[in-house]
Design a protein around this ligand. Structure first.
Ligand code: AMP
Length: 390
């Protein structure tokens, strides 16, 4: 089955065409500056498409060049917020599209863009099966003690203010890969997965299910990220508000100017590690804060899962930065965790163990592949729906 995987942002659209049977990527691309008019800056900038429909025409042209007469069978969308309703990927119809749209207030930057992508495809290819794969869905198994904030109930009942968790597609995919590497049925996988990319979250898995995760009502909570602060005392917001900061200023501060960027002046882990190794003390502080925060979460989640059978690193930093993994590993001696310096610094694209034989908890690196997970989920939903393919 050929599946077009779409990750639609407010001004960008990432796509990949996957052959689900062979796990291969036939083509992929990124269209940027959607709706930014002729706002090309500098030489050689391509003008952005006017809207998502026009972006889709560009996707279609790019796909056609590669596929020729072969036709797409389905489209899978990464949808950021599935609220409390969606715990599984679903076949999209008008009602589902409206339900995703009703969740706009919970993910104002993401869900409206997802809906634009869905509607553009429905107009262009009305018979194409479309599937929504939700970033929050894997965390629908969180027990109430993990998803409740200690605030009056009315905030939850009137506004849906609770912890939802994100990166679910990646955490689920990596859970299965890690269990396979350990030769465990996924139902017996108790562990901790750290998805460390530009956005970062850590999840506690019990019996292969998410029982706690560091992102909350939005993807801002939890770990120190590329440009997001992660956890902080909410009174800081009140303090800034009283000092005259607007809501938009605070939003921008915490989502775009904080994290590694705020501490080290750069949101890219490679650059931060290089700067630290060259003696930059701000970079060293950023790495210390980020690795300490993660180590504390891992300790807490070891308790949450009743004793982790594995600690797993994934995503851009988790898969590639042996320096950051070392900093985290050094802080986990109390759990009996011991990284093997040789295995940890080996470069590989394969899932692998990086701890010593003596480590009480094996530490793994498992590459994530959200597009593959979305393509496979899309194929499974379409097949089980009994829909005949176009
Ligand atoms: P992602 O959002 O998963 O693409 O991850 C982006 C992050 O991964 C950025 O902070 C990158 O600096 C980091 N990253 C990617 N490749 C490497 C690498 N080879 N070594 C260290 N960090 C890396």
């Amino acid at each position: 089955m050929l599946v077009l995987v779409i990750n639609s942002g407010s001004s960008s659209l990432k796509f990949q065409v996957r052959d689900v049977a062979s796990h291969s990527i036939l083509t992929e691309g990124l269209i940027e500056k959607i709706g930014m008019g002729n706002g090309g800056e500098g030489d050689g900038e391509i003008e952005g498409p006017r809207d998502h429909a026009e972006a889709l025409e560009q996707v279609d042209a790019a796909i056609h060049e590669v596929l020729g007469d072969r036709k797409l069978d389905a489209v899978g969308h990464r949808v950021v917020h599935g609220g409390e309703r969606f715990g599984e990927p679903v076949l999209i119809d008008n009602e589902i599209t409206r339900a995703i749209e009703r969740l706009n207030p919970l993910a104002p930057l993401h869900n409206p863009a997802n809906v634009l992508g869905i509607r553009a495809i429905a107009r262009k290819w009305p018979d194409m099966p479309q599937v929504a794969v939700f970033d929050t869905a894997f965390h629908r198994t969180l027990p109430e003690q993990a998803w409740r904030y200690a605030v009056p109930d009315s905030l939850y009942t009137n506004h849906g203010i609770r912890r939802y968790g994100f990166h679910g597609t990646s955490h689920e995919y990596v859970t299965h890969q890690a269990a396979a590497l350990l030769d465990l049925p996924v139902e017996e996988f108790d562990g901790v997965i750290a998805h460390l990319g530009n956005g970062a979250s850590v999840t506690a898995l019990r019996g292969g299910k998410s029982v706690d995760t560091s992102m909350g009502f939005t993807p801002l909570e939890g770990l120190v990220m590329g440009t997001r602060s992660g956890d902080l005392d909410p009174s800081i917001l009140v303090f800034l508000g009283r000092t005259g900061w607007s809501t938009e200023d605070i939003d921008s501060l915490l989502n775009r100017e904080s994290g590694l960027r705020g501490l080290a002046g750069n949101n890219d882990m490679r650059s931060v590690v290089e700067a630290s190794e060259a003696g930059d003390s701000r970079a060293a502080t950023a790495l210390a804060v980020a690795s300490y925060r993660l180590a504390k979460y891992i300790g807490g989640y070891h308790v949450a899962v009743g004793g982790a059978k594995a600690l797993v690193f994934t995503a851009g930093i988790g898969e590639n930065s042996h320096q950051f993994r070392t900093l985290v590993g050094e802080k986990l001696g109390a759990l009996g965790i011991e990284l093997d310096a040789g295995l940890n610094s080996e470069r590989s694209k394969e899932a692998r163990v990086i701890s010593t034989a003596a480590s009480l908890i094996p530490v793994l690196v498992v590459p994530t592949d959200e597009e593959r997970a979305i393509a496979e989920a899309t194929a499974a939903v379409v097949n089980s729906s009994g829909r005949s393919l176009t």
